[in-house]
Design a protein around this ligand. Structure first.
Ligand SMILES: CC(C)(COP(=O)(O)OP(=O)(O)OC[C@H]1O[C@@H](n2cnc3c(N)ncnc32)[C@H](O)[C@@H]1OP(=O)(O)O)[C@@H](O)C(=O)NCCC(=O)NCCS
Length: 174
């Protein structure tokens, strides 16, 4: 008898989200706002993390968000979110974005981002997640790269906290 939690594979939590870009998503020249895409990326990533953990999640980090090509009104954006890594309570999700012109069928890769979510319990405390089972050499590589990013994020977070303690006024001293 073992207490080991069974792993879940990447395909079990994959999210594919399609959304038409309308004038309210864009500036006067018809370029879709970066913030609109960031919100969709966070929603797709959060849904993948919830599917994996079957638990509420909060976003703790968004990084490596790139904007490679503009997106225009009339395009359909497709966001694909897949888990790349799980820790004890954290999950990294890669979200890629493709914009399609539905009239011509032309498709262009516009964005990619890595986000970290933490599963939480009813009290808002971090809560363990199932391990990610790795099925392909590509998933193995993505997992190793994600583990390295997560290590760097933790170091950055600790350095930032130390800096904040030195230079930011404490709320009760203001
Ligand atoms: C998420 C939260 C509950 C974590 O609390 P905490 O006291 O930092 O908990 P821990 O230190 O045990 O960290 C929990 C996990 O988050 C990870 N984590 C915490 N901060 C992180 C960061 N900046 N980057 C990456 N991972 C981070 C830890 O590595 C740990 O992962 P592991 O269990 O897989 O090893 C707390 O930071 C929080 O509520 N943050 C606000 C989240 C939020 O409101 N997001 C926006 C709206 S959804």
């Amino acid at each position: 008898m073992t207490d080991e939690v069974p792993g879940k594979c990447v395909a079990e939590s994959r999210v594919v989200l399609n959304m038409m870009m309308n004038p309210e998503h864009a500036n006067r020249l018809g370029n879709v706002h970066g913030g609109v895409i960031m919100k969709l990326v966070d929603e797709a990533g959060g849904l993948a993390a919830m599917r994996h953990s079957r638990s509420p999640v909060v976003t703790v980090a968004i990084d490596s968000m790139t904007f490679d090509e503009p997106i225009y009104v009339g395009s359909v954006v497709t966001l694909t979110a897949e888990l790349t890594y799980t820790g004890r309570t954290s999950m990294e999700v890669r979200v890629s974005v493709v914009a399609e012109d539905p009239l011509t069928g032309s498709r262009v890769h516009t964005n990619a981002a890595y986000l970290v979510y933490v599963a939480i319990d009813r009290q808002g405390r971090p809560h363990p997640v199932p391990p990610l089972c790795i099925e392909t050499p590509e998933e193995q590589l993505l997992f190793q790269e994600a583990a390295e990013r997560q290590r760097a994020r933790k170091e950055r977070h600790q350095r930032e906290q130390a800096l904040r303690r030195r230079i930011d006024p404490q709320p009760n001293e203001e």
